[in-house]
Ligand binder design. Structure first.
Ligand SMILES: Cc1cc2nc3c(=O)[nH]c(=O)nc-3n(C[C@H](O)[C@H](O)[C@H](O)COP(=O)(O)O)c2cc1C
Length: 286
């Protein structure tokens, strides 16, 4: 799959390669109202990674329903809509209104958003708020519900168990890690928002350890995400227990990266005599 926020709505890429060969496309985080996002600069390069503070710039769910879903409905590749909100009610409203729409195959709930009614901590930082968002979305939709966990928490296994316990169908691990950079000549933060989210190869070992721990603690499928650039990265996540993977930042330097990951996995399976990818899930666990 492509990771949310790194592949637009898929429509931007369909002329670059055959996107229908992907497992699924996860679209940009979508909110009830359109959002302009954070002040520039919003991207800063770091060693082996990228800091971003886009601030959920998006077209809003009404434009998504009008302009994007009808296009998706004609594609064979499933599209998963990533949703975000500032209150539990906003998540539930979004889930309700996206239910039963042709072209939308599942929801991915981004719980890395500040809970505005509870002082601004991320919903996903604690098991309680994470489960309340998940439960509200679960009740509002008949679509499969993927919950995307944040690594910015003291105990991701506790959050994962809480979310799985209220009806999540799968978990995506992980969103970006909080980070920052300072321009020493200008003597100010590189990002307009001061802090941002770190992604790319720098986060891979952290994401991999979280997938390993969570996959050993829940019964629902785990989707690995974080720094996956090559097939061998993806295979590490699968061997750690992930049932699927998402490719994000790698696509900025090479838009074909998600396809190359698929082809590389197929090549590995041929070399190793593996008939079915499910044979590899969790084989690296001890
Ligand atoms: C520019 C950018 C925008 C992103 N936007 C979203 C978003 O809207 N919703 C979300 O859940 N994750 C978002 N993410 C996080 C990615 O989906 C992914 O979880 C993270 O970047 C780690 O994977 P990667 O190292 O392969 O990029 C964004 C990441 C980047 C770099």
């Amino acid at each position: 799959m492509t990771a949310s926020g790194t592949f637009g709505y898929g429509t931007e890429y369909c002329h670059l390669f055959d996107i229908e060969r992907l497992g699924a496309i996860v679209c940009k985080g979508t909110t009830l109202e359109p959002r302009d996002g954070n002040p520039q600069p919003r991207i800063a390069e770091t060693a082996c990674g990228v800091l971003n503070a886009i601030g959920l710039q998006n077209i809003g769910f009404k434009a998504l329903l009008k302009e994007k879903a009808p296009v998706w409905a004609g594609w064979r590749v499933p599209v998963i809509v990533n949703i975000a909100g500032e209150t539990i009610t906003q998540y539930a409203e979004l889930a309700d209104m996206l239910d039963g729409v042709a072209g939308i195959s599942a929801l991915e709930v981004n719980i890395s958003c500040p809970n505005v009614t509870a002082g601004g901590a991320e919903f996903g930082a604690e098991p309680g708020p994470a489960a309340r968002v998940t439960g509200a979305v679960r009740e509002a939709t008949s679509l499969p519900v993927l919950v995307k966990l944040t690594p910015n928490t003291a105990d991701i296994v506790k959050v994962a168990k809480a979310v799985a316990g209220v009806g999540a169908d799968a978990l995506t691990l992980v969103n970006t890690l909080k980070g920052m950079a300072i321009d020493i000549r200008q003597r100010r933060p590189m990002l307009g928002n001061v802090t941002g989210g770190l992604s790319g190869p720098a986060v891979k070992p952290v994401a991999l350890a979280m997938v390993y721990e969570v996959a050993g603690a829940v019964k629902i499928p785990v989707i690995g995400c974080g720094g996956i650039t090559t097939a061998s990265d993806a295979l590490e996540f699968i061997m750690a227990g992930a049932s699927a993977v998402q490719v994000g930042t790698a696509g900025f330097a090479n838009p074909q990266a998600p396809l190359e990951v698929i082809e590389g996995i197929e090549e590995f399976m041929r070399q190793e005599g593996v008939a079915d990818i499910t044979e590899l899930i969790g084989v690296g666990r001890r």
